[in-house]
Design a protein around this ligand. Structure first.
Ligand SMILES: C[S@@+](CC[C@H](N)C(=O)[O-])C[C@H]1O[C@@H](n2cnc3c(N)ncnc32)[C@H](O)[C@@H]1O
Length: 454
């Protein structure tokens, strides 16, 4: 920060000599730099040099932010009020109210934040980011219906606003979780009018019954959804007690026994690599595929995959016939309705004797094969899973009821599903037969022998 700054807006050299006035712009620049680095005390120290112009709206504004950083919200509110009283430029006024909203939101008072954002929008009603902020505050204040309206307004003002879309999506989910599905459907219908080509809008409309249910979630919907949520995925899922990866690993251990690092393994919809980390001990090679580049980047950082591909899982499987001893997928096939083509592709990607282990969500409140639920994911029936295995020629099918995670405090019902590609009579090696028939350590050893036998 260079020289220490004295009370009257003068700086001094280390020996207190060479005093001179600091131009206000320079003081503000220093304070702003400190605030950007989260250094509230540094900003306040810098601003003491501005005592000749204490009523300057910019000085008051930055002091308010600095006070907020040291959690003195009473001082922050007072300083913003003083700044508002001297502000003449409507844009500055709007920005002050918006910042006050942000401070109140961060301080855990969404109701007060709503009032501040509304004051900002009263002055500057076409500012899309402030409408997004208002949507967030309204949702946190327990008013998802108005949050949806605010998010839509942001989207109308800026058709490309990802935050506007996220605000509408969050409002739709909150309304659905509250049981207000009619209101959610009405909001999504309006969203589709504003954003007709967006895959998320159309998929949510189908999920709420406003369109015929498609037999799978569109790839661009999945990609957009997980690209947007990748960073938050692991902590969010940990908070929900997510256990699909552990369930998959437990089933693998039950079928294949202790890991010996000798299998070629594919992880479908690998996400951030939670499954990869658990199945790695069984793997000689571990390949992961996913539609979301942001998820793949996090999987790569985990360092347990040999190969990561940005690919749709069906295409990935079809490109690799008889390449794998083990194909796994946790919480991925819930983005597909019709599992017939995928199961057939998985069966073909497995070597004879190879094993498939996946989780899906369970269709609890309806009969039938599968259904797109209001969450935007698919749920599947137990008998349906058995039937697609039969059609794909898989054997040793096991389907077990499990809990996958919590949603709004309620366990999400799931199915842990495993099956095996049979060892055909026409020419499996002895090693492949043992992989197929012998649970435990022998299976992985057999795999190695099979490769040696050519
Ligand atoms: C809920 S996450 C689960 C990630 C990981 N399996 C785990 O358990 O942590 C679902 C993942 O599947 C991916 N996904 C969904 N449908 C897919 C498809 N058809 N092809 C490839 N990836 C898909 C998503 O991009 C996302 O990363």
């Amino acid at each position: 920060m260079g020289h220490p700054i004295q009370q009257d807006g003068l700086t001094s050299g280390p020996d207190g000599a060479n005093l001179h006035h600091v131009p206000l712009d320079e003081v503000l620049e220093r304070a702003l730099t400190c605030l950007r680095e989260g250094d509230g005390p540094g900003a306040e120290a810098a601003l003491t040099a501005a005592t000749r112009t204490p009523e300057d709206v910019r000085v008051l504004h930055l002091r308010a932010v600095a006070a907020h950083l040291r959690r003195d919200d009473t001082a922050a509110e007072r300083l913003v009020a003083e700044a508002v009283s001297v502000a003449t430029d409507p844009m500055v006024l709007a920005s002050l109210h918006n910042d006050l909203g942000n401070m109140r939101l961060e301080a855990g008072d969404p109701v007060a934040a709503v009032a501040a954002y509304e004051s900002s929008l009263a002055v500057h009603p076409t500012d899309a980011p402030t409408w997004v902020n208002l949507a967030t505050a309204l949702r946190l204040a327990g008013d998802p219906a108005r949050a949806g309206d605010a998010g839509l307004r942001a989207l109308e003002l800026d058709r490309q606003s990802p935050l506007g879309r996220a605000a509408v999506t969050a409002a739709v989910l909150a309304l659905t979780a509250d049981g207000a599905e009619t209101r959610a459907l009405e909001l999504v219908r309006r969203w589709v009018r504003v954003d007709p080509d967006h895959p998320g809008a159309r998929h949510r409309l189908a999920a709420l019954g406003g369109l015929p249910q498609p037999d799978r979630a569109p790839d661009d919907y999945v990609e957009t959804l997980f690209d947007a949520t990748a960073e938050a995925f692991d902590p969010h899922l940990a908070g929900l007690g997510y256990r699909a990866p552990e369930l998959v690993a437990d089933r693998i251990a039950a079928i294949l026994g202790r890991p010996a690092g000798e299998l070629d393994v594919a992880d479908l919809g690998c996400g951030t690599g939670l499954v990869g980390a658990l199945v790695r001990p069984w793997a000689r090679t571990l390949a992961g595929c996913d539609l979301s580049l942001n998820m793949l980047r996090l999987a790569q950082a985990r360092g347990c995959y040999d190969v990561l591909q940005r690919a749709e899982l069906g295409a990935f499987l079809r490109a690799e016939p008889t390449a794998y001893d083990l194909v796994v997928g946790a919480d991925t096939l819930c983005y597909l309705g019709d599992l017939g083509p995928t199961t057939t592709a998985a069966a073909r990607a497995l070597r004879p004797g190879g094993v498939l282990v996946v989780t899906v969500e369970r269709l609890v409140d309806a009969v039938g094969d599968w259904r797109l639920t209001s969450s935007g994911r698919y749920a599947h029936g137990e008998e349906y899973l058995r039937s697609v295995c039969v059609a794909a020629g898989l054997v040793d099918v096991e389907v077990t009821r499990v809990h996958l995670r919590l949603e709004a405090g309620v366990p999400v019902e799931g199915l842990l599903w495993s099956a095996r590609r049979p060892v055909t009579g026409s020419g499996p090696t002895g090693a492949q037969e043992r992989l197929a028939e012998t649970p435990g350590q022998g299976a992985t050893t057999a795999r190695a022998e099979g490769r040696m036998g050519g």
